[in-house]
Design a protein around this ligand. Structure first.
Ligand code: NDP
Ligand code: HSE
Length: 433
């Protein structure tokens, strides 16, 4: 073993600290597998005074990321600070200096992927991002490498560990705010947790997967996004009694050549479906290829060690590329679909769960049904649970397949009915057809 690759780490918080610890634990094993020694040579952090649960020599630490990127000894830069501003400068500076970059930063890729890939292409250094989607689940490798011989027709993914953890805890009776706090304490949440609960983080991830699967870069604004804030404990209860679980579900699907649905919203999924049983911080992704059929990928979707494992996978790839002098064995992203387009949400079709808060008096259901019928939306079942007292009571309707545009129109009309006392809660139902 003659070669050593020196790693410059920018950011040593939850994930970065995990990378240092994991390299300490398994660095020798990786070296024997890769034939290259790995050494964390420089580390940039925000505060030199913060207590850390790993050791690096004091001389390796700095608060100036440029010192790390520009250090001639640093061969490989690992960006783990998050955000889309400084992180972008870090990645561009490293690539322009001809140094390969590993990042876990899905927001950065979602917003600036095309610019970063162009910089990588120009510099001849590569950009690796396994940890950006689904924590420890090697889903990027699966789509880019293992399924290279398939057209991905459908992809369904539970892609945000924090939201899945929160929904699981709410199902167990915990309040939403307490569950968010716990996710933060466990190191699962983003620095700004509204990125998680608002569905944005998961939308960035599903955009990355859709881009890789369909060969054109999907921008964040093209991903129809809803978060989990509107999901109430009542909905989890009703869904359960109807035989469903509620999950924040990413969908990438196309039934024929043409626009691709790329969305992230909470969905009712049948509780005998394998994804219904993906709980806590775990992520699960079902990928349907036209050759392979259904494949399932499961593992911890956030957290220190799981994410560190994905970063190590990229470090392994980067190190082998450095060792063999191959910068384009697997480029960061290769566009291969010039006509690629995203299907607007209005044109997509699904079934629906609708929870209304209505006056408890005769004739209300008939009025709601009339609006739905006018919009050509069929009702498959109705529940008016007993035991709810007060000026308004819940009315639950399960609706047949309809275009989202029709559903949105019906919702507006239903909201105007005098018997409907609050904004209707509509959650789509996914049957994985
Ligand atoms: P943390 O907030 O725990 O860590 C961020 C680190 O970056 C800290 O060490 C911080 O320094 C350092 N830092 C921030 N700004 C600067 C700066 N300008 N210069 C130098 N250092 C800086 O974040 P995470 O580890 O949780 O997340 C890092 C990235 O990984 C994000 O992109 C996130 O989306 C992604 N990710 C996170 C996962 C998770 O489970 N947490 C899973 C998958 C991806 P200091 O320690 O001094 O404050
Ligand atoms: N906040 C993210 C999540 C981290 O909870 O999934 C992993 O990307």
């Amino acid at each position: 073993m003659t070669r050593t690759v020196n790693i410059g780490l920018i950011g040593a918080g939850t994930v970065g600290g995990g990378v240092v610890q994991a390299l300490k634990r398994n660095g020798a094993l990786m070296a024997s597998r890769l034939g290259v020694r790995l050494r964390v040579t420089r580390v940039a952090v925000r505060s030199l005074r913060k207590k850390r649960d790993f050791k690096v020599p004091q001389s390796a630490l700095t608060t100036d990321w440029r010192e790390v990127v520009n250090d001639p000894k640093v061969d490989l830069v690992v960006e783990l600070i998050g955000g889309t501003t400084t992180a972008k400068d870090v990645v561009l500076a490293a690539l322009r200096a001809g140094k390969p970059v590993v990042t876990a930063n899905k927001a950065l890729l979602a917003f600036h992927g095309e610019k970063l890939f162009a910089a990588a292409e120009k510099s001849g250094a590569n950009l690796y991002y396994e940890a950006s989607v689904a924590g420890g689940v090697p889903i990027i490798k699966v789509i880019r490498e293992a399924l290279v011989g398939n057209r991905v027709t459908h992809l369904y993914g539970i892609l945000n560990g924090t939201c899945n953890f929160i929904l699981t805890k709410m199902n167990e009776g915990m309040e939403f705010d307490a569950a968010v706090k716990l996710a933060q304490q466990q190191g699962y949440a983003e620095a700004d947790p509204t990125l998680d609960v608002g569905g944005y983080d998961a939308a960035h991830k599903v955009g990355i997967l859709a881009s890789l699967a369909h060969g054109f870069w999907v921008k964040p604004k093209q991903v129809y996004t809803e978060g989990i804030e509107q999901v109430a404990p009542l909905d989890l209860e009703f869904a359960d009694s109807l035989g469903y679980a509620i999950k924040l579900l990413g969908i990438v699907k196309t039934s024929k050549p043409g626009p691709v649905q790329v969305s992230m919203y909470p969905a009712l999924i049948p509780d005998d479906h394998v994804l219904a049983n993906v709980s806590d911080v775990y992520n699960g992704i079902l990928v349907r290829g036209d050759v392979v059929g259904d494949t399932l990928h499961y593992g911890q979707g956030a957290g220190r060690d799981a994410t560190a494992s994905a970063v190590l996978s990229d470090i392994g790839d980067a190190v082998l590329d450095l060792k063999h002098g191959s910068t384009d064995r697997l480029k960061a992203f290769i566009p291969h679909e010039s006509n690629g387009a995203v299907r607007p949400i209005e044109e997509t079709t699904s079934c629906y769960y609708l929870r209304l808060s209505v006056l408890d008096r005769p004739g209300v259901l008939a009025k709601v049904s009339a609006v739905l019928a006018k919009n050509k939306i069929g009702i498959s079942s109705v529940i008016q649970p007993e035991g709810h007292e007060g000026s308004s009571v819940p009315l639950i309707l399960m609706l047949h397949y309809a275009k989202n545009a029709a559903m949105q129109k019906a919702l507006k009309e239903i909201r105007k009915l005098s018997a409907v006392k609050a904004k209707p809660v509509m959650i789509r139902v996914e049957n994985f057809a």
